[in-house]
Design a protein around this ligand. Structure first.
Ligand code: SF4
Length: 497
């Protein structure tokens, strides 16, 4: 993997940003190990056999690349295989069926998809290989041309993988089922959890995007914007709380666009969640476009006991010229106002931003404008991405493409700026108390996204711990535990100990 992908990879496991794309935290990371269906015991009914198993239950492994939305959807795919009578095995173990949920956010994400498919087939030529996801939707023929691939399924077919797998036989050769994504109005819920800890859940509330940023393929891969119903989201969130989750991340492609077509809004959704007493988990907003982050949302977060004071607001560039050619829907001044508003009423709020380095036409002067703005903003961290041309996008055929080595150097500069900002933010948190949601490895995040490691042991079942932030140690803060506020359920504890 190159740096670009590494950045995605490093970001995902402990974080919650889900917005898929270079735009707003869309990260790519592969994992066949960490996901689990949120509710494996949900009634599903055992349907037809997935494939004729030579000896007993078919074994299925799944692997995900890309954003948390993909992860959430892979959970649903896995759950449907379990409901159909399959046994889930870890990625890398021998399986009868292998499903890869792909990403198309960068050229490297696609290359990695191809590499994984080839590796699986090299190690287990008899495994039936099914490929779905954004890359499959956008370039199915590229995937089908890999010798040994059995089935390529598009975005609309994605959540029905287990049905398409029924009767799949290696000898039938590649089959491609990819519907036009067009004006799809279907919304399919998906949710996923990190590992087995039942600590943090990602709940998909919105899908697709109606914007047309010139670098982005997401609308082509995922279709137009559509949202879940508020009532359905509330009932899913209640159930996640009943299952023991202490944090829910509201996720989507363009979350701020929630409800736009159904006469509601993200603010209305946030208000409904905030006032629902049975939703006891803390709530994070995955990522939100600056032009859709309204003052009323900011004020709700500031006054809410549930919403975490943490925003991820894609910037992409601090140059007004580049923002225009990116076809973003804001200018630096609006972005700046948003940050100032947040910080005025929530001085300790964490604010992250995505920035793309080396977009076509970005001169040294544009990059300087961009970094000057970023330096002046009270941001906590950046996710810096090296621009990569995506086939079929407007940006890919723009003149003045920036040489790769310049793009990489600019990415490096942005990452240095990010480190400085994070350190400065962390330094301001020292001496303060924070509620840390502990992961099984003993580290966790505060509500305002400080990565914390406790300086003293706490009981094995401690999950939510109030702690005093004491000392910076690399990219974490060491904290003294003060009080256990919440414990893990016994059945969860048994799984992770
Ligand atoms: S087109 Fe939509 S999904 Fe893509 S970067 Fe723009 S806002 Fe994000």
């Amino acid at each position: 993997m190159n740096d670009d992908i590494n950045e995605f990879v490093n970001f995902l496991p402990t974080s919650f940003i889900i917005h898929h794309c270079p735009n707003s935290g869309g990260k790519t990371k592969g994992s066949g190990m960490k996901f689990r269906p949120v509710a494996q015991n949900r009634k599903g009914g055992r349907s037809a056999a997935i494939m004729p198993p030579a000896n007993g239950t078919p074994r299925v492994s799944v692997h995900t690349l890309g954003c948390k939305l993909n992860y959430a959807e892979t959970s649903q795919i896995a759950e449907s295989f379990v409901a159909a009578g399959a046994e889930l095995v870890l990625f890398g173990e021998r399986s009868d069926v292998f499903v890869l949920n792909t990403c198309s956010v960068t050229e490297n994400a696609e290359r990695e998809c191809r590499q994984i498919v080839r590796r699986v087939l090299r190690n287990a030529p008899d495994t039936s290989v099914i490929v779905t996801g954004c890359y499959a939707q956008l370039r199915p023929e590229e995937i089908a041309s890999i010798d040994g691939v059995d089935l390529v399924l598009g975005t609309k077919e994605k959540l029905e993988v287990s049905k398409y797998a029924v009767g799949l036989r290696k000898s039938d050769g590649p089959r491609v089922v990819v519907s036009e994504i067009g004006e799809s109005s279907d919304f399919h819920f998906a949710e996923t959890a990190e590992g087995d800890s039942r600590t943090r859940a990602f709940l998909k509330v919105q899908d697709g995007c109606d914007y047309s940023c010139s670098f982005c393929t997401i609308p082509k891969a995922r279709g137009t914007s559509r949202s879940a119903r508020v009532d359905d989201i509330l009932s899913r969130a209640r159930r996640l709380c009943e299952e023991g989750f202490r944090e829910i991340v509201l996720s989507g492609v363009n979350v701020g666009d929630f409800g736009h077509k159904t006469g509601t809004s993200f603010f209305e959704l946030a208000k409904a969640i905030d006032s629902e007493s049975e939703i006891t988990a803390r709530i994070r907003i995955s990522s939100i476009e600056p032009n859709l982050l309204t003052d009323e949302i900011i004020e709700l977060v500031a006054t809410s006991c549930k919403f975490c004071p943490h925003f991820h607001i894609p910037l992409q560039s601090g140059s007004s010229k580049i923002l225009r050619t990116m076809r973003r829907r804001y200018q630096p001044e609006l972005y700046q106002r948003r940050i100032e508003r947040i910080k005025a009423i929530m001085p300790d709020a964490a604010i992250g931003a995505d920035v793309i380095a080396g977009f076509p036409g970005e001169t040294d002067a544009d990059f300087r404008d961009s970094t000057e703005l970023i330096n002046s903003l009270d941001l906590t961290y950046l996710h810096a991405f090296t621009y990569s041309e995506r086939p079929g996008t407007v940006a890919a055929s723009m003149p003045d493409q920036v040489p790769i080595h310049v793009r990489r150097e600019r990415t490096r500069v942005l990452r240095t700026v990010s480190d400085k900002k994070r350190n400065a933010f962390y330094a301001l948190q020292l001496g303060k108390e924070a509620d840390i949601l502990l992961e099984p490895n003993g580290e966790g995040y505060s509500e305002n996204y400080v990565r914390v490691r406790l300086s003293q042991a706490v009981p094995n079942d401690a999950e939510l711990v109030r702690a005093r932030l004491m000392e910076m140690k690399g990219d974490t803060i060491q904290a003294e535990p003060l009080q256990v506020l919440g414990t893990r359920r016994e059945e969860v504890l048994l799984k992770i100990l």
